[in-house]
Design a protein around this ligand. Structure first.
Ligand SMILES: NC(=O)c1ccc[n+]([C@@H]2O[C@H](COP(=O)([O-])OP(=O)(O)OC[C@H]3O[C@@H](n4cnc5c(N)ncnc54)[C@H](O)[C@@H]3O)[C@@H](O)[C@H]2O)c1
Length: 360
């Protein structure tokens, strides 16, 4: 049996790629993932701004970016900046979203879009009122293993999906990001949000979630939750179980995906977690009746390859007059899911997404 991947979810190739990009934030993820991905694809970055101007200079030099702006306003005045790539911590994002929208520029925001649902909603409404597109950098949707799984599910290769398992058990050096180590919310808001957004892209929106959070005796000064297990329930009875531990110091890393359907099973690994940020390509295999029937060779990596996805999709969306795949509007459901997960863990009960969105 031959099953073709769903091309709707492939990284768009071509349209809009001539548009100039201005980057706000010159931190680790910009130099390690955004700019390498854009350089590889031949995208044009025309200016960069960071409140740490020395850092902006350094990154501009490394990636041959012509202009280091002295402020967001200066970046927006730079000729050729048509799209703004915002890559700062979430609490700094709303003010920049307002400035970019007021200047009539499209934007790619970082995840999490905001640290609470009302702030995320305000950002989305600001962009909509200004008539500009806002996309969110949930690039796991373009991670090779996730994109291939989604294509196979949609092509019917598994029959009806009954259950998805994503299990990650690793050691994460949180001290490398002091502001993350100090954050009262950690795994779900900043890390597992990718997995939960990916579950939405595989199965749609869950009706309700139940989540249990823990801390490790080894985490020292790190404030937030570092072990989480979340069960999502979907219309029709499917479940997704996402379980993550950041202090698995005694074993070898685990980063595995398993999707059970009525007609088959997909088993794979998410490569980035094995030695972040270098990672390795994902793996994915299809099983039927206890036998492996096909391996899917996946030769790209999450970092940097998947980082082209949200930007190329935004560029294509501008050109085609459509909403981006990871539009702010879509991402509100991911932010609602994050809120529902935290409420579930805090109150030891199952929480529906409607409970969160109904309050805003
Ligand atoms: N999509 C992903 O997979 C992914 C991965 C890692 C980080 N991120 C996100 O990217 C953002 C940055 O993370 P990082 O790892 O690069 O952190 P970092 O600490 O390395 O860099 C953050 C940069 O933002 C700058 N900055 C802060 N406030 C600013 C402002 N108001 N205006 C301009 N610059 C400002 C800082 O000076 C710093 O250079 C975070 O929101 C994080 O969640 C996303």
């Amino acid at each position: 049996m031959t099953v073709e991947p769903d091309t709707t979810w492939a990284i768009p190739d071509g349209a809009g790629r001539h548009r100039g990009i201005g980057v706000v934030g010159a931190g680790g993820i910009v130099s390690g993932a955004h700019l390498p991905a854009y350089r590889q694809a031949g995208l044009r970055v025309v200016a960069i701004f960071d409140i740490d101007q020395a850092r902006a200079q350094e990154v501009a030099q490394a990636f041959a970016i012509e202009r280091v702006a002295g402020s967001v306003a200066e970046l927006l005045e730079t000729p050729g900046v048509e799209i703004v790539d915002i890559a700062v911590p979430a609490w700094a994002q709303p003010a920049i979203v307002s400035q970019v929208a007021a200047a009539g520029r499209h934007m790619l925001c970082q995840k999490p879009l905001a640290l609470d649902y009302p702030t995320a909603l305000a950002e989305v409404e600001t962009a909509e009122a200004a008539g500009v597109l806002l996309a969110v950098n949930q690039q796991m949707r373009w991670d090779a293993g996730v994109a291939a799984s989604r294509g196979l599910i949609r092509a019917g290769a598994l029959g009806t999906v009954e259950e998805v398992w994503l299990r990650v058990s690793v050691v994460t050096p949180w001290h490398m990001w002091p502001w993350l180590a100090a954050s009262p919310r950690l795994d779900i808001s900043w890390h597992s949000i990718h997995y939960h957004d990916a579950m939405r892209s595989l199965l749609g929106d869950p009706v309700r979630v139940t989540s249990v959070h823990g801390r490790s005796p080894q985490q020292g000064e790190v404030q937030g939750e570092t072990a989480t297990t979340t069960v999502m329930e979907f219309d029709g009875g499917a479940r997704a179980i996402v379980t993550v531990n950041h202090y698995d110091t005694h074993g070898t890393p685990i980063s595995e995906l398993r999707i059970l359907g009525t007609d088959g099973m997909l088993e794979g690994t998410i490569g980035v977690n094995f030695d972040y940020p270098t990672g390795r390509p994902d793996t994915l295999a299809l099983y039927r009746e206890g036998r492996k029937v096909r391996d899917y060779p996946l030769d790209t990596r999450w970092i940097p390859d998947a980082f082209l996805g949200p930007m190329a999709d935004l560029m294509d969306a501008i050109e085609m007059g459509r909403a981006p795949v990871t539009s702010g509007r879509d991402n509100l459901r991911t932010i609602a899911l994050v809120e529902a997960i935290y409420r579930s863990a805090a109150e030891h009960r199952s929480v529906t997404l409607d409970e969160i969105t109904g309050e805003a």
